[in-house]
Design a protein around this ligand. Structure first.
Ligand code: MF3
Ligand code: CO
Length: 249
């Protein structure tokens, strides 16, 4: 069941989204060679709590940290660790959620570490371009399949692929609500967008083949072929004429 939010609820979600955006503003500049992903986790958690919010990922389905920090071939759910030290040329995605006044904001950015080569920078750009292409279609009456298809088609333009088993999602008082929003789809199919829906569009991009593997920790998802990966996400609200990005300042 897709839950439609009232204008008041959308303002509450925008406040949770603002906290998430604030984390990127403050923690993004800390992404440098020599920093551990645990340090980024702790800095993000401190901002979330200072802003009167809760790190929604901590304890979610048993997840052991406040953010996901996924480096290079890790596409999703990298568990922050003191042992994972970022090095020049890496790319790292920070995927994080904040709950404030009962509503959740969820977003992800992929950052270059130090000086990155064109191969890595291209992955960062492709994830963002996939998001832009998909969100540009959002307005009442549009099928979600159109939005999903735009992600896949944009990735394919660059010879990249998208995972089959991990998707975007509705969001509200829970991190994950209906509908699921795959990164691939058929135009003209799927649920129809309506004003007041709040959704997370999150292109997850694999450099080559779309096969992934979950590591023994039960969380870390990696590209099976070892290629680079990137991820970009915002929480958005469907408005009367289009969309509003909630995870921004
Ligand atoms: N924030 C992720 C998403 O985009 C979910 C992370 S799973 C968690 O949906 F366990 F880390 F919370
Ligand atoms: Co999400």
């Amino acid at each position: 069941m897709i839950i439609i939010k009232s204008p008041r609820e959308i303002e509450l979600m925008a406040e949770a989204g603002r906290v998430v955006a604030k984390v990127f503003e403050e923690v993004g500049p800390l992404v440098k060679p020599g920093v551990s992903t645990l340090e980024l986790n702790d800095a993000a958690e401190a901002v979330i709590r200072r802003e009167g919010a809760i790190p929604s990922e901590l304890g979610y389905c048993g997840y052991p940290a406040s953010i996901c920090a996924s480096v290079n071939e890790v596409i999703l759910h990298g568990i922050p660790s003191a042992k994972k030290i970022l090095k020049d040329g890496d790319i790292v995605s920070l995927d994080l959620c904040a709950t404030k006044n009962g509503y959740v904001g969820d977003a992800c950015r992929t950052y270059p570490v130090g000086i990155c080569g064109e191969r890595a920078l291209r992955m960062i750009r492709i994830a963002q371009e996939c998001f832009e292409a998909a969100v540009a279609l959002v307005k009442p009456g549009v099928h979600l399949g159109d939005v999903s298809h735009a992600i896949e088609a944009t990735a394919a333009k660059y010879g990249c692929s998208v995972p089959r088993d991990f998707t975007g999602h509705g969001i509200g008082t829970s991190m994950h609500e209906d509908p699921y929003i795959p990164c691939y789809g058929k135009p003209g199919t799927g649920p129809i967008l309506r004003e007041g829906m709040t959704i997370c569009i999150e292109p997850m991009i694999l450099e080559h083949h779309n096969a992934v593997r979950i590591m023994k920790d039960g969380w870390t998802v990696v590209a099976k072929d070892g290629g680079l990966t990137s991820h970009y996400e915002n929480t958005i609200a469907v408005t009367s004429s289009g969309y509003r990005i909630l995870t921004q300042l």
